[in-house]
Write a protein that binds this ligand. Structure first.
Ligand code: FAD
Length: 381
């Protein structure tokens, strides 16, 4: 087993850190949350560096790098101040689905444009009555006029709007079968006729926005089917393991960002001159969190390395996703606790950390669901 980064990986990390120092330092989180927008100009600069196309093959305009590199990119961006989870993460994860299940034409068109920063992607799977139990979804797609007409409603769709956005939408195309069978994925431009968006007032995920999406006779051509008809479940879940390792790298970056600020708060508020027991208690907890961050890093780097070798097990993914998301949640709480009154003020980043970190255990497979899956791997039912 190898520990540590290769010289290539180290210089990549340095490049991302330098980018963050130059571009992310002055991002106004409150302003972005109010607008439901991505940080102006930064996405284009990320694309110009080739980071929007990092995992795509060169024939689709990408850099052909593996999951480890993508995980490092996302970790360091979030650690360095790029808003969590960021348009790049959401687009990359969905772009990987297109890479896995798309036709050559879809890849040529969509991935090339993502790599150039001309397209973004989001995902709409969850519905009012289909959250963790995805297979209960009711949004339907029916064949009509050489394509499909989609009707239904999706909920909690992150970053679903935008002139250049494409939504990967999960629908039911066969109602005669149940559960995971009979589902089909479609690539639906956010500008499609018949789509309506309602931005949700939420405690988090306000950068880029969280949306309710209504489909009223939205027609898409057959060319927009991703994967095979009625085999959407396979297309959607086939890459879950590697994707969740990347999502965990985002949690890790967020944990590091919160931790680094907690360190600064502790240094300024609990230095010499404050009560020894108060200082000692905070110092001990910081030392423990530093250890936990290192443990999370080892789990995630291992998972990303295994993903690159196509050896990543569901068990390893559950471990890093649950461990790191729960760690972020506790760190957000801890940072708020030590910043106290100051951290509660709306112009403080600490309250944003607190709100955003509280919800990381909900999306992308909640902690409970991940634990269920991990328990099943242990032979428990
Ligand atoms: C910030 C944020 C962003 C999101 N972005 C997107 C997005 O871009 N696209 C999208 O499609 N969805 C998105 N979601 C939706 C997210 O995937 C769902 O919220 C999640 O799947 C849980 O569904 P639910 O909220 O309906 O809760 P439910 O599924 O109703 O679960 C309620 C509670 O019960 C627990 N639970 C459920 N089933 C079980 C079980 N079998 N065993 C044990 N416990 C269980 C859950 O863990 C949870 O604690 C987002 C959610 C959030 C909060």
């Amino acid at each position: 087993m190898e520990f540590g980064l290769t010289p290539d990986q180290k210089s990549f990390v340095d490049e991302v850190d330098a980018f963050c120092a130059a571009e992310c330092r002055n991002i106004d989180i409150n302003d972005l949350e109010a607008k439901g927008a991505d940080p102006e100009g930064i996405e284009q600069k990320l694309a110009a560096r080739g980071w929007y196309g990092l995992p795509f093959p060169t024939e689709y305009g990408g850099a052909g790098m593996g999951y480890f590199h993508v995980g490092l990119l996302i970790e360091r961006l979030v650690r360095g101040g790029y808003p969590y989870p960021g348009r790049l993460q959401i687009t990359t994860l969905n772009g990987l689905n297109v890479l896995k299940s798309g036709t050559h034409a879809q890849k040529k068109d969509l991935l090339t444009k993502i790599a150039r920063g001309e397209r973004t992607m989001s995902i709409s799977v969850t519905e009012p009555n289909a959250g963790s139990d995805i297979a209960s979804m009711q949004t339907r797609a029916e064949e009509q006029n050489g394509g499909y007409v989609i009707n239904g409603q999706k909920l909690y769709s992150s970053g679903a709007v935008g002139e250049k956005n494409i939504i990967m939408v999960a629908t039911r195309t066969d109602f005669s079968v149940k559960a995971h069978r009979g589902l089909t994925l479609f690539l639906v431009p956010s500008t499609s006729k018949g789509l309506q968006f309602n931005r949700l007032e939420s405690m988090g995920r306000n950068i880029g926005g969280l949306y309710e999406v209504f489909f009223d006779d939205v027609w898409v051509p057959k060319e927009n089917i991703l994967g095979e008809v009625n085999k959407g479940w396979t297309a959607m879940t086939g890459g879950f393991n590697a994707e969740r390792a990347i999502v965990s790298a985002g949690y890790l970056g967020f944990a590091e960002r919160i931790f680094n600020d907690a360190l600064k708060i502790a240094a300024s508020r609990f230095g010499l001159g404050t009560a020894a027991e108060q200082r000692g208690a905070v110092m001990c907890r910081l030392a423990e969190y530093a250890t936990e961050i290192q443990a999370a890093k080892l789990l995630i780097y291992q998972a990303l390395g295994l993903a690159d070798r196509h050896e990543l097990s569901i068990e390893a993914v559950c471990q890093c996703k649950v461990y790191t998301s729960e760690l972020v949640k506790r760190l957000g709480d801890f940072c708020c606790e030590i910043a106290a009154g100051q951290g509660c003020l709306m112009d403080s980043l600490v309250q944003w950390y607190y709100r955003e970190s509280r919800i990381v255990t909900v999306g992308g497979g909640s902690s409970q669901i991940m634990r269920n899956v991990a328990a099943a791997q242990l032979g428990l039912k």
